[in-house]
Design a protein around this ligand. Structure first.
Ligand code: ADE
Length: 338
């Protein structure tokens, strides 16, 4: 049948909120590619491209993700595309890119996303004198990613492969998570109170696990393997704890400029992820509370990992975040402005 990824639910229905920063929003029926002027390519994925576009009537900039239907079908990525659109259409969070419109033509699906001017977080880092970040600044970014992951988990989504390319910088310097094509919805319960205590059973993850094995076969993990959690490599089911693992890798990379399990090739990296304990080369004066958090996030056994019991609050209550004012993050001045 006809693939219909275009029924973007109005925001007003999903969250009881209306767009606050997009007052002239037109309904999807009126939106098509004619409304946009292509400016340049922002990035390429395995089934599509992301372009910077300008909406003609408003002159607003957006990131337009164009997904090729034929490629998606051939590469078995329909479920992922649906999952991505579902997540984006459902979420309404300051650190998660907003989906404004979606529509389709015969060959392609179009996702009109919030444009993150700062681009990829780690690429922005490359342009600075020091490629690593001070612990205090790293704490700010770690907190923002934690808040975004907490929100996704509450909605019943697991990001699963948070990777550096998907961590973008908003023009004001805040973190923005994008690219949810490997996430999945972990059950249909949307009630946060229920969801908080719900563990995601591996049986509910079967589609996703298959996707993961397909992913390895088709080499779609190239370049991102350093962030993969042990249970994903093993291809067993997984829980939201998978995202707390990747948070640990992210914090380590910000502080040390490299990932903890990087090997000479993918096989070596995977071996390290499965077996090697994280080690800190300490020329950096990283605090013991920070190292303690990283160690707890990088526990191989997902059942023992920080975040596996009480979810995000396990992480938020760790001494590393003692002075973090979670509710005020979005109003805080970010350490680096793109
Ligand atoms: N690359 C991929 N998605 C993007 C976005 N939303 N903003 C900027 N660059 C991107």
């Amino acid at each position: 049948g006809e693939l219909d990824l275009t029924k973007t639910r109005p925001r007003t229905n999903t969250q009881g909120r209306i767009y606050s920063h997009h007052s002239t929003r037109i309904t999807d029926a009126q939106v098509n590619q004619e409304c946009f002027e292509k400016i340049r390519l922002l990035g390429k994925g395995d089934v599509g491209k992301v372009f910077l576009v300008r909406e003609k009537t408003s002159s607003r900039l957006y990131a337009m993700k164009v997904l090729n239907k034929k490629e998606m079908i051939e590469r078995n990525k329909i479920k992922r595309a649906l999952a991505e659109r579902e997540i984006l259409a459902t979420s309404n969070h300051p650190f998660i890119v907003t989906l404004y419109h979606s529509f389709q033509l015969q060959d392609s699906l179009y996702l009109c996303l919030e444009y993150c001017m700062g681009g990829e977080f780690f690429r922005a880092l490359q342009t600075r004198e020091s490629k690593t970040i001070d612990e205090e600044d790293a704490k700010f970014y770690a907190a923002e990613v934690t808040a975004a992951l907490e929100y996704l988990h509450l909605l019943g989504f697991i990001y699963r492969d948070l990777k550096p390319e998907n961590i973008l910088l908003h023009q004001l310097g805040h973190i923005m998570l994008s690219d949810f094509d490997l996430s999945k919805q972990s059950g249909s319960i949307r009630n946060p109170e229920i969801q908080l205590n719900k563990t995601h059973s591996s049986s509910s993850a079967h589609i996703d696990t298959k996707a993961c094995i397909d992913g390895f076969r088709t080499n779609s993990f190239v370049g991102t393997e350093e962030y993969i959690a042990p249970e994903v490599i093993k291809g067993k089911g997984h829980t939201s704890a998978v995202d707390w693992w990747t948070l640990g890798i992210f914090i380590f990379e910000m502080l040390y400029g490299t990932t903890p399990f990087k090997g000479k090739d993918r096989k070596a990296t995977f071996g390290n992820i499965l077996k090697k304990e994280v080690r800190f080369v300490d020329t950096k004066n990283v605090s013991s509370s920070c190292k303690s958090l990283i160690r707890k996030l990088l526990i191989k056994d997902e059942m023992k990992r920080l975040g596996s019991k009480m979810g995000a609050s396990d992480i938020k209550n760790h001494p590393f975040f003692k002075n973090t004012q979670w509710a005020l993050l979005r109003n805080q001045k970010p350490p680096m402005i793109p």
